[in-house]
Design a protein around this ligand. Structure first.
Ligand SMILES: NC(=O)c1ccc[n+]([C@@H]2O[C@H](COP(=O)([O-])OP(=O)(O)OC[C@H]3O[C@@H](n4cnc5c(N)ncnc54)[C@H](OP(=O)(O)O)[C@@H]3O)[C@@H](O)[C@H]2O)c1
Length: 220
């Protein structure tokens, strides 16, 4: 019998939708709770959809679960300002992780980004680094941080730069060798698979996963 329960934040996004499909099909998990601001396209008897006002997220919105998967995020353009971007990518992520930890969750998988570092020059990477640091500080038994580069997959939202990079990926990926290897693109579905394999097998402590690890953890 599946006894493990999961909370997923970001279930309607590119990575989150793959996580949702995989978690619902995973025999290790029973109930999967999706914390969303709009319902996902999927229905399933084990899926508990919680449509939530994230601007006013409180402890009551976050159920007691074993494992947390977080793939929340926005873009600066969609958010409208740096502060609004940080409010989603950092503050919302940390709020979900904090409430879930207080409700008893023991393990968390966080979708971050390659190059994340609190002192990074690039604002996006600085926010991702600050987010990682705060989530790690919450004291989960296991904190698995995934740092992908460009994510490949079907996205309905119009993101021209991402689309151009995706189209060029077959050309530049073989050139990313040596220290640039962690910058290789990865499909959102393989990342989702790696997050689940990584978290379900996680040893206690904090672990960072980049390209090679993501590919190994998601190997068929
Ligand atoms: N895309 C890339 O190439 C790439 C590369 C490296 C790292 N990452 C990181 O990987 C993570 C997942 O990326 P992704 O491309 O899967 O993201 P995505 O498709 O943009 O999905 C983001 C998720 O966050 C939710 N969200 C956004 N703003 C919200 C708000 N104000 N309140 C509540 N929920 C909100 C979205 O909900 P709605 O559907 O309701 O908008 C969606 O479920 C992000 O943290 C991103 O920074 C992405």
């Amino acid at each position: 019998m599946s006894t493990r329960t999961a909370l997923l934040a970001g279930a309607t996004g590119l990575v989150g939708s793959h996580l949702l499909t995989r978690l619902l099909a995973d025999p290790r998990y029973g109930r999967v709770t999706a914390l969303v601001r709009r319902p996902p396209a999927v229905t399933h008897p084990d899926l508990d959809v919680r449509v939530t006002d994230f601007a006013d997220l409180g402890a009551d919105d976050v159920p007691a679960v074993d494992d947390v998967y977080c793939a929340l995020g926005t873009t600066r353009k969609a958010a409208g300002s740096r502060e609004a971007f940080r409010a989603v990518d950092q503050h919302l992520t940390v709020a979900v992780a904090r409430h879930a930890r207080r409700a008893g969750a023991r393990r968390i998988a966080l979708c971050s980004a390659i190059g994340a570092r609190p002192g990074a020059r690039a604002f996006y990477l600085r926010v991702k680094g600050d987010t990682e640091r705060e989530v790690i500080g919450l004291g989960y038994d296991s904190t698995e941080v995934f740092r992908p580069s460009l994510l490949l997959g079907d996205r309905s939202e119009h993101r021209p730069a991402e689309r151009a990079s995706t189209a060029a990926a077959p050309l530049f990926t073989p050139l990313l060798v040596g220290p640039l290897r962690p910058c290789r693109p990865v499909s959102a579905d393989r990342l989702a698979a790696a997050m689940i394999t990584g978290l379900t097998a996680a040893a206690p402590g904090r672990h960072l996963h980049t390209y090679d690890d993501i590919m190994a953890l998601s190997a068929p």
